[in-house]
Write a protein that binds this ligand. Structure first.
Ligand SMILES: [Mn+2]
Length: 358
């Protein structure tokens, strides 16, 4: 019986500056990654578990002060053994960690791109790992190794598990399964997903963007030959939610208001909400939605609106009104040609041409 906490893709040090947040909010998100890391350590301690960090612990090759920050956190939980492999984002991390870890002998790293293992002999457990490297042919590395089945064998891997040429450490999941490890602790895919009962992407414990919706956390496992017990435990401080609202041409402003009100009321201050509007709408409604974007900080953790609507134009009326100018000519030209996406061209062109005029 070997209790583990399997985590990956923390992306500590991420700046969040490429998103729409203001500076204060991006700092808050950056800080929450560290808080979540501490929560994972304390959770591991409470469950007497060994922590497996399966790559992309940092968002980039960490600076010395960032590695020290990391060690300050692990130093508070010396009873938690930590095993670490690098991912494609944090190459160079484990070398710095080994240089700086000092007396923190509970930290174990895999420093080469060759498969190797640590043995916990008294309980007959072997933890295998390999650091991420784009030149490694994973199949070759795994074939070289003969597993001793008198041990409980765990493999830590940072891989996309795809077979595409440009994939990250590609390998097919079926092939991987055939190597016979008792548990495959995977990193790289940020949404938590079990490929098989004993082969799991824990996902990022704290979601990093609107591409990472839903619940995020870690895997708490008790690894036992053929009898693993595995649970997903939510760890994230926030949850990203993306809602698409389809609007119709005859929708009125008060109807839209009540739809939004209803959507927003379902969520609390832990939710980062993005509402995307779609559909053909009248110009009045289109302009009304545009104004939302300027006033997006409500009482929620974060709320943003994206207007992907198109304005429904009355072409006959516009042709009459703009008989002798570029607008009229544009409509006539597009209508004359047999573009497949004529509606879209008209809508986009007219929106640009008429932005200031109507
Ligand atoms: Mn990652």
């Amino acid at each position: 019986m070997f209790p583990i906490v399997h985590s990956a893709d923390l992306h500590l040090g991420r700046n969040f500056l490429n998103q729409r947040y203001d500076y204060e909010m991006s700092q808050k998100r950056k800080e929450s990654l560290w808080n979540t890391f501490e929560n994972i350590l304390s959770f591991s301690k409470n469950n007497h578990a060994t922590l497996l960090l399966c790559g992309d612990t940092f968002d980039h090759t960490p600076e010395v002060h960032e590695v020290i920050h990391f060690l300050n956190c692990t130093g508070k939980y010396p009873e938690v053994p930590v095993y670490i492999i690098e991912g494609n984002h944090d190459q160079g991390f484990v070398n710095k960690l080994e240089q700086l870890k000092g007396s923190q002998t509970q930290i174990h790293t895999f420093q080469t791109a060759e498969l190797s293992f640590y043995e916990i002999d008294e309980i007959k457990v072997r933890i295998y790992g390999i650091k991420w490297n784009s030149n490694v042919v994973l199949s070759d590395e795994l074939k070289k190794n003969v597993l001793d089945s008198s041990y409980t064998n765990i493999l830590m891997l940072h891989s996309s598990l795809e077979e595409k040429k440009d994939a990250y450490m590609p390998i097919h999941k079926k092939e991987l399964l055939n190597y016979g490890y008792d548990y495959y602790a995977l990193g790289h895919v940020h949404q938590p997903i079990a490929l098989y009962e004993n082969m799991i992407f824990s996902g990022s414990p704290e979601p990093l963007s609107f591409r990472e919706t839903g619940k995020h956390g870690i895997i708490l496992g008790v690894i036992k030959k053929n009898k693993n017990k595995l649970d997903f435990i939510q760890m994230s401080k926030v949850e990203y939610v993306q809602k698409i609202i389809d609007l119709s041409e005859n929708m009125q402003i008060d109807q839209l208001d009540s739809i939004i009100e209803k959507e927003i009321n379902n969520y609390s201050k832990n939710h980062y909400l993005r509402i995307i509007f779609r559909g053909m709408v009248e110009k009045v409604l289109y302009d009304y939605i545009e104004k939302f974007q300027m006033n997006s900080h409500y009482k929620y953790a974060y709320l943003e609106f994206i207007n992907n609507c198109q304005i429904a134009f009355d072409y006959d009326l516009l042709k009459k009104l703009h008989e002798n100018d570029i607008v009229g000519q544009f409509i006539k030209t597009v209508e004359r040609d047999s573009f497949i996406n004529r509606e879209e061209i008209l809508a986009l062109g007219l929106e640009a041409l008429l932005r200031e005029k109507i």
